[in-house]
Design a protein around this ligand. Structure first.
Ligand code: OAD
Length: 264
C-alpha cells in the first residue's frame, strides 16, 4: 500500500471537519477490508492470503450479482450470498468504522449535519455505532420474498435449502435484500443521498473504487454546491484527480488519526 500520506493532508481534512456545517461520507468495500471482508476490485497486497483476493477476480458478477443470474441459477446465487452473509456476520467493525461513528457523534454534538452513504451491505457501520446510515445497495443481512417483498433477518447459521423458500408466499423464494447490477437503488436511499449531497460543505469518498454508478457520480453533486472534496483510498481512483485532497492508505489507519486531529 503506498505510504505517501502526509501530516499536512491529514490536518487539512481535520481542519475542514472542524469548520464544516454539513458532512457527507461515501464508503465502499475498502472500509471493511481490515475487518477481513474481501473487496470487489482494487489494490490487493501480494502478501495477503489467497482468499483475500478481490471477489470479482475470483467470481463473475454477471453469474452472481444480477437478476438474470438469480433467475438462471437461484440455488448457486443464494448459496454464494449466504456464504458472504455468514462472513459479514462473523466480521467485526474495524478502527475505521469506529472512527466514522465517533466522527458522527462528535459532529452532531456540535450541531453539524452528518450523513453516511454506504455501498456496503455488511451492516458494520451500524454495528460500530453509526446512526445516520443510508444503505445504497441494501443489506445482505436481510433477505426478502420474491413475491411480496416482505423482509426478514435469517438466523446467523447457514441456510438449510438453496434457494431458500419464502415463508410469505407459496412457491416464492427468498433473495438477499441487496441491489444487483441492472437493478435500481431504493428510491428513499437515493432521495436522502441527493438531499444530503446538495447541502454538504464537506464530502469524503472512502474505500471505494468510484466506478459503480450512481454512487460514483455523487461527488459531482457535492462539487456543484462547492463542497470541499476529500478521498481516502488505498490506491488512486477515477476521482483522485477531482478531489481537493487525496489521502492514500488504509481507512482503518487514517480515519482514527483524522478524527483525533479534528478534536477541538
Ligand atoms: P470496490 O471493491 O470496487 O473498491 C474498493 C476500493 O477500496 C478499492 O479502490 C481499493 O483500492 C480500496 N481499498 C482496499 N482496501 C482498503 C483499505 N484498507 N482502506 C482504504 N481503501 C481500501 O468496492 P466499492 O467501490 O464499494 O456492488 O464497489 C462498489 C460496488 O461494486 C459494490 O457495492 C458491489 C460491487 O460490485 C454489487 O455487488 C452490485
Amino acid at each position: 500500500m503506498p505510504s505517501d500520506t502526509t501530516d499536512e493532508q491529514l490536518s487539512l481534512v481535520a481542519s475542514r471537519l472542524r469548520s464544516a456545517a454539513s458532512v457527507v461520507v461515501l464508503t465502499g468495500a475498502g472500509v471493511s477490508a481490515e475487518s477481513g471482508l474481501r473487496t470487489f476490485r482494487g489494490a490487493t497486497s501480494a502478501d495477503l492470503p489467497p482468499d483475500m483476493r478481490t471477489l470479482w477476480a475470483e467470481f463473475d458478477p454477471a453469474k452472481l450479482a444480477t437478476p438474470e443470474a438469480f433467475q438462471a441459477d437461484p440455488a448457486m446465487v443464494t448459496k454464494w450470498y449466504d456464504w458472504r452473509r455468514l462472513g459479514c456476520l462473523a466480521a467485526e467493525p474495524n478502527p475505521g468504522h469506529l472512527a466514522l461513528a465517533a466522527m458522527e457523534h462528535a459532529l452532531r454534538r456540535r450541531g453539524v449535519d452528518f450523513t453516511l452513504l454506504t455501498q456496503n451491505v455488511d451492516r458494520l457501520h451500524q454495528r460500530a455505532g453509526s446512526s445516520n446510515v443510508v444503505e445504497l445497495h441494501g443489506s445482505i443481512i436481510q433477505w426478502r420474498c420474491t413475491e411480496t417483498g416482505t423482509t426478514l433477518t435469517p438466523p446467523p447459521e447457514p441456510m438449510q435449502r438453496f434457494p431458500p423458500p419464502s415463508p410469505f408466499a407459496p412457491g416464492a423464494l427468498l433473495r438477499p435484500d441487496v441491489v444487483w447490477f441492472g437493478e435500481t437503488l431504493p428510491e428513499l436511499a437515493i432521495a436522502t443521498a441527493v438531499d444530503a449531497l446538495q447541502r454538504c460543505d464537506l464530502f469524503m469518498s472512502i474505500g471505494t473504487s468510484a466506478v459503480v454508478h450512481p454512487a460514483a457520480g455523487f461527488i459531482e453533486i457535492a462539487a456543484a454546491v462547492g463542497a470541499f472534496l476529500a478521498e481516502i483510498n488505498a490506491e488512486a481512483t477515477p476521482v483522485s484527480r477531482r478531489v481537493d485532497v487525496s489521502v492514500r492508505g488504509s481507512s482503518a489507519n487514517i480515519l482514527p488519526k483524522i478524527v483525533q486531529a479534528s478534536q477541538p
